[in-house]
Design a protein around this ligand. Sequence first.
Ligand SMILES: *Cc1c(COP(=O)(O)O)cnc(C)c1O
Length: 429
Amino acid sequence: MKQDERSTLLYERAKKRIPGGVNSPVRACRSVGRNPLFIDRAQGSRMTDADGNEFIDFVGSWGPLILGHRHPAVIAAIEKALERGVSFGAPVDLEVELAEMVVEAVPSVEMVRMVNSGTEATMSAIRAARAFTKRDLLVKFDGCYHGHADTLLVAAGSGIATLNIAGSPGVPEDTIRQTVSLPYNDTEAFNRFMAEQGGRVAAVIVEPVAGNMGLVPPHPAFLEALREQASKNGSVLIFDEVMTGFRLSYGGAQALYNVTPDMSCFGKIVGGGMPVGAYGGKKEIMEQIAPEGPVYQAGTLSGNPLAMAAGIATLKELQKPGFYETLEECSARLSDGVLRLAEQLGMPLAVNRVGSMMSFFFTDQPVNNFEDAKTSNLERFAEYYNRMLKKGIYLPPSQFEALFVSAAHETADVDLFLAAAEDALSRFS
Ligand SMILES: *Cc1c(COP(=O)(O)O)cnc(C)c1O
C-alpha cells in the first residue's frame, strides 16, 4: 500500500465540516484504529483510493453492489434515464416496471411503495403495521439493525456496537417505551413474550438473516415461531430484507427459508447502488397508505427515474440462469478457505455464511446471537483488518458487519483474499 496522504488531507478537511468527517458512522474506521480511505473510483471488484492504492472490494457499498462496480448494464440504464431527465416529481414508467418486478420476485409482496433508503422503508412499514393493527407495541431483536428511526434504535447492532453507544441520546424514552428487543434466535423467549403480551403487539420486525451484528443465520424454528405467533396474535410480521433481499436468492431470505412475512422491506440491491428503499406486503395493509388510505407517507425524490433504472437493470442481471449458483460457488470457496486456514493454524474463529454474506468472528464459540458476537476479540479483528488492508483487501471495518461477495469477484480475487488471510492469521500464532 502506498501512502494515504490525500485521504489524510481530505479527512482533515472533512472533519471540520462534516461530523466525524463522514456521512455515515461506520465509514470512519474508528474501531480498527485508522483513518478512512477516500475512494476515487472503482470498476468490477476493484476500488482505487485517492492516493492511487488499489483494493479488492469486499464491502460493495455495504451490500447494494451485487454485480460489482460499474456493471455495464447498470451504467447504460442510468445513462439512458439521464437523457430523459434527472427528476420529475411526477410518475414515470420505470417506477411501475420496478414495482412489478419486486412483486413478481417476492410473492408475499402484493403492493410496494418506493422510498429513498432502508431507514425510510422500515420506518414506514412500522407506521403501516401500527395503523393496520391499531396497536403500538413493536418487537425487534438484539443486534438487528433496521435503520436509524427513533423507534428502532434499541439494541441495534453494528454501527452502535462499534461505537459503544447503547441506543442513542436524542431518542425520547416515550418513543422506545413501545419497542421491545428480545434475543435473536431465542425461540423460547419469544414464545414466552408473545404468550403474555402478544395481544398488544402491532409488529414483529426481524432481519431474517442477521447481517448487522456480523452475519448470523437464523434457526429455521425461530423464523417459523415468528410466523406462527404473529398469525396467532394478529401482529404484522415484517421481514427487513434491506440487506438480504435479492442477495440470498431472487426472492430473498423468505424464499430461502420458506417463511412468509406480511410485510417486507428492501433497499440496497433494489436500487442498484442508487439511494432507494421499498416497503410492501399484503394488499390490505398497503392499501392504507396515502393517497389510497389515511396513513401518510411521502417523498419528493421517491421513485427517482435514475434510481429506478439502476434497480431494474440490476434485477434483470440477477434473473439470468445460474447467477446465484455462481455467486454461491465463489462465496463457498472463500468461507471454506478461511475455515481451512483457521483449522490449520489451530485458531479459534467462528465462520458464519449464508450465500454471498459472511463474517469471521474472532471467538472460540459459535455465534448465534448478539451476545455470542460480542465475545469476539476486537483487538484481534482490528489487527486482522489492517493486515488485510495492507495486502490490498478492503473489508468492512467492523467485526459486527458482514462482508459481501459480488458477481464481479473472480476465483483469482478469492485466492488473493486467502493468501492475504493466511499471512494475516498466521501472525497471531
Ligand atoms: C442497511 C440496512 C438498513 C438501513 O438502510 P439505509 O439505506 O442505510 O437507511 C435497514 N435494515 C437493514 C437490515 C440494513 O442492512
